[in-house]
Design a protein around this ligand. Structure first.
Ligand code: ARG
Length: 459
């Protein structure tokens, strides 16, 4: 039989396969709360503008609330014949309240309806991402505060570079996450305009009040162009782009955790809560949560690429292609929010192995740069020459199987006669990190100042 929503023009219903490819109710039922909020705001505005009676608007408002409870109780009869969440709810409303339900769609289209629902949903996800990021920043900050002066090796190329402090390394992530947070804040601010009332694409001849519905739904203002309103999915792309960058940051720390928790590094101990055992190897404690977090960017970036590809080259305005937007964003948002919570737990519960970190910091000739700098400062050598002298000393130590501070003064003087025993003062890792006092450097005092700044900022 022909469709109950647009049966007027049709004499036959869709093929079963058409219904299968066309229906979105399987996934867009996630938008039910937003759809009901949008419809309630729309109905109230229609009554305020004298477009429908207050009696009808009240019946609609109450009917929609009853449907909300029905859905939340798992008692709503979702049906693919009614394609999507919008038609399912509207048909159910008419079933429940009769004629008044048929007036709800006055001055509106599913095109602006889905646009407003999806924006509301994505805006909420921005808020959740912002809250999740704030929690994770606090977890890194607590680690930074505890270990402002714990020394560890800093790496480039994953090769020992220079000693740094644990607090400094933790604060590096606070900086990244703060930028991630501001990306979600920016995206939220830009998406916070209400497309409701753009109708199908051209606006409507009914005397609607778009400022009122925008305000009722917590938007800053209505969108200014009806064609753009029903075509735009940049808000979702911005969310996905911000989520991708954030997931990339999570993935980098996840990789560090995988490396650091290995028996070869032993920089950190992960809590039992975030690890798993092996069914065969009794000694195992695998960093599964970290590994999954390392992988999550795969799906989040995949969703981003998928939605770009859906939107590319679509002529204005709405095309059904755009129904393919939602699953990508749903999946990416779920992955991100869960990932932020898991990372927050792992960071809060991990324990730095201070002795191992300190020993690792002192190995690998990590203070070679300090030695070269000393040759410049104390002996007036040009840096390039100091670099060469130090390189020669490193090669000498390596050949003897010892570290730089283990070389004797005569050995050092054999490479450069000006070296005095003052040099040993700069070869220790504690001295090394304490000397890095430039703004943003790794010195414990710098780290403490940054911790204080972040604590004030995060409240
Ligand atoms: N289910 C549709 C979507 O997700 C809603 C909008 C449908 N509009 C239309 N003209 N067919 O995009």
């Amino acid at each position: 039989s022909a469709n109950q929503m647009w049966g007027g023009r049709f004499s036959a219903g869709p093929d079963a396969i058409m219904q299968a490819i066309n229906a979105s109710i399987g996934f867009d039922q996630r938008l039910y709360a937003q759809d009901i909020a949008g419809s309630r705001a729309h109905a109230a505005m229609l009554a305020a503008q004298g477009i429908i009676s207050s009696k009808d608007a009240d019946a609609i408002g109450e009917g929609l609330l009853a449907i909300l409870s029905e859905i939340e109780a798992g008692k709503f009869p979702f049906t693919p014949e009614l394609e999507d969440i919008h038609l399912n709810i509207e048909a159910r409303l008419t079933e429940r309240i009769g004629e008044a339900g048929k007036r709800l769609h006055t001055g509106r289209s599913r095109n602006d309806q889905v646009a407003v629902d999806f924006r509301l949903w994505t805006r909420d996800q921005c808020d959740q991402a912002i809250a999740g990021l704030t929690g994770l920043m606090r977890a890194f900050l607590a680690q930074a505060e505890a270990g402002a002066d714990w020394v560890m090796p800093g790496f480039t190329h994953l090769q020992t570079a220079q000693p740094v402090t644990w607090g400094h390394h933790m604060l590096a992530y606070v900086e990244m996450l703060a930028r991630d947070r501001s990306r979600f804040e920016d995206a939220r601010r830009r998406m916070n305009e209400c497309p409701l009332g753009a109708a199908a694409l051209a606006g409507t001849s009914f005397p609607i009040d778009r400022h009122a519905t925008a305000k009722a739904l917590g938007f800053d203002r209505p969108t200014a162009n009806s064609l753009d309103s029903v075509s735009d999915r940049d808000f979702a792309l911005e969310f996905l782009a911000a989520a991708s960058i954030c997931a990339m940051h999570l993935s980098r720390f996840a990789e560090e955790l995988v490396i650091w928790s290995s028996a070869q590094f032993r920089f950190v101990r992960l809590s039992d809560k975030w690890t798993t055992g092996s069914s065969i190897m009794p000694q195992k404690k695998n960093p599964d949560a970290a590994e999954l977090l390392r992988a999550k960017l795969g799906r989040i970036l995949g969703a981003t690429v998928a939605l770009f590809t859906v939107m590319k080259g679509l002529a204005l305005t709405y095309s059904k292609d755009m129904q393919e937007d939602k699953e990508q964003v749903f999946d990416a948002a779920d992955s991100l929010i869960l990932g932020l919570a898991a990372m927050t737990g792992m960071v809060s519960d991990m324990t730095a192995n201070r002795e191992v970190l300190a020993a690792a910091a002192a190995s690998g000739f990590s203070t070679a740069t300090d030695l070269a700098d000393w040759l410049v400062r104390a002996l007036g050598l040009p840096f390039r020459e100091a670099h060469h002298v130090t390189g020669t000393l490193v090669a000498m130590a390596e050949k003897q199987g010892c570290d730089l501070p283990d070389l004797t003064l005569p050995q050092m003087q054999s490479v450069h006669p000006g070296v005095t025993d003052e040099v040993f003062g700069v070869l220790g890792v504690e001295n090394s990190v304490r000397s890095r006092i430039s703004y943003g450097g790794t010195a414990p005092d710098q780290v403490r100042a940054q911790v204080a700044r972040w604590k004030a900022a995060l409240g």
